[in-house]
Ligand binder design. Structure first.
Ligand code: GCU
Ligand code: CA
Length: 390
């Protein structure tokens, strides 16, 4: 299968843009922005699971299917997975266009979009993805996903996921319009990206023999604040520096409830424990780890007991991850296996979605232990997310 698709010239793009009335919500601002990231640190696996959970029929943007560039199957759909965020899963066909020389027969020296200095993008240096350059059906609104209807411009940021990897990428090139009859190109195609995107994702990146047929998920963040500026020399670094922010933004915009991560190493989730009367394990605030956090009753002495296992006895540091969105600190008595080890203060945090840590030194026995956090005031304990032993 040929991996590289021909692209129409910039002049042709410009004339198409004039010929087709494209209005819709172009120019509307998306509700996500790089500044909107949650305090939580969302992992690529968590973000992808959230995206996939939102790739539902109800969220489908296109009414007619797109074409997988590699397999040619008409089975690719685009979903609005969060406000202003669009996702699809398709192939990765290798685009080697742009200012980098390449011996591939399909190589063209122009990309639809340029770097901030007006230079053609360099497919071996800049991770970019490709979208259709017009509405194949010549209708507005377009029955397919058409980027100009969704506040997406050149160098628009996207996360790309494949086989456990996650990279930042920019919108760099477009797929030929259907008025070109000299090739099998089609602006309904989705599933092409640059040599650099392929190599960062661990996909064979030859313009002739590279690519992968399926399993690449592209998550596009619309709006002007997600347009990436830079040159061929630094666009890759800049895009990768935006990845964690994008992951956190996804987590926040999708309710901030990443799927369960099993406790690893020395961190023990509060929700594996037990609560005194009136307490609940909740997940209604953002940024917790695991499946939730402990919300004790608002009463003096209200507690959560957290089971903690260590391999060797010794004096350890117990670091609680907690939140207190009120105006008053919530000091608590920390007990280990029934013996009080002192009072630990839990100062206020900005709100209930913001998590901080408080530490205390405690003796632990080898094997199972129970650490109790019991609120000293009538407010009960802070919300407790986890305890880490070090
Ligand atoms: C709010 C908040 C809870 C918190 C409680 C409290 O209800 O949503 O998560 O535990 O206040 O004051 O303890
Ligand atoms: Ca509470």
């Amino acid at each position: 299968m040929k991996n590289s698709r021909k692209l129409i010239s910039l002049a042709a793009v410009a004339s198409l843009a004039v010929a087709i009335p494209l209005v819709s919500n172009y120019g509307a601002s998306a509700s996500t922005s790089p500044d909107a990231a949650a305090a939580a640190s969302v992992t690529p696996a968590q973000a992808l699971a959230l995206v996939q959970a939102n790739m539902t029929t109800a969220n489908k943007v296109n009414s007619k299917p797109h074409i997988n560039t590699m397999t040619r199957a008409q089975n690719v759909n685009v979903y609005q997975v969060a406000s202003g965020v669009y996702a699809y899963t398709s192939s990765l066909a290798v685009d080697d266009d742009g200012s980098d020389p390449d011996s591939d027969p399909d190589h063209q020296d122009q990309t639809t979009f340029q770097d901030s200095n007006g230079k053609q993008l360099a497919a071996h240096h800049v991770p970019f993805y490709v979208l259709g350059d017009d509405c194949w059906d010549r209708k507005s609104p377009c029955p397919h996903f058409f980027y100009k209807e969704h506040n997406i411009k050149g160098r628009q940021f996207a996360l790309m996921f494949y086989n456990g990897k996650c990279i930042g990428s920019i919108f760099g090139d477009t797929q030929t319009g259907n008025d070109q009859t000299t090739s099998d190109n089609d602006s309904r195609e989705l599933g092409e990206a640059s040599v650099k995107s392929a190599s960062l994702l661990g996909i064979p990146s030859s313009g002739t023999t590279g690519g992968v047929d399926n399993g690449v998920t592209v998550v596009i963040f619309s709006g002007s604040s997600w347009v990436v500026n830079g040159t061929n020399a630094n666009l890759n670094t800049t895009a990768q520096a935006m990845v964690q922010n994008a992951l956190d933004t996804l987590g926040a915009s999708m309710g901030g409830t990443p799927p369960t991560t099993p406790p690893t190493g020395n961190t023990f989730e509060a929700e594996t424990g037990t609560l005194s009367a009136g307490g609940t394990f909740d997940s209604n605030h953002q940024g917790f780890t695991g499946t939730g956090f402990a919300n004790t009753a608002n009463a003096a002495g209200a507690y959560v007991d957290i089971p903690v296992t260590v391999s060797a006895a010794g004096t350890k540091t117990a670091t609680f991850r907690y939140s207190d969105g009120t105006a008053a600190a919530r000091p608590a008595t920390i007990s280990v296996n029934g013996t009080s080890r002192g009072t630990l203060n839990f100062p206020v945090t900005a709100n209930w979605d913001t998590w901080s840590t408080a530490s205390i030194s405690v003796p632990l026995t080898a094997g199972s232990n129970t650490i109790r956090v019991a609120g000293n005031t009538a407010d009960g304990a802070a919300n407790i997310d986890s305890v880490t032993i070090s």
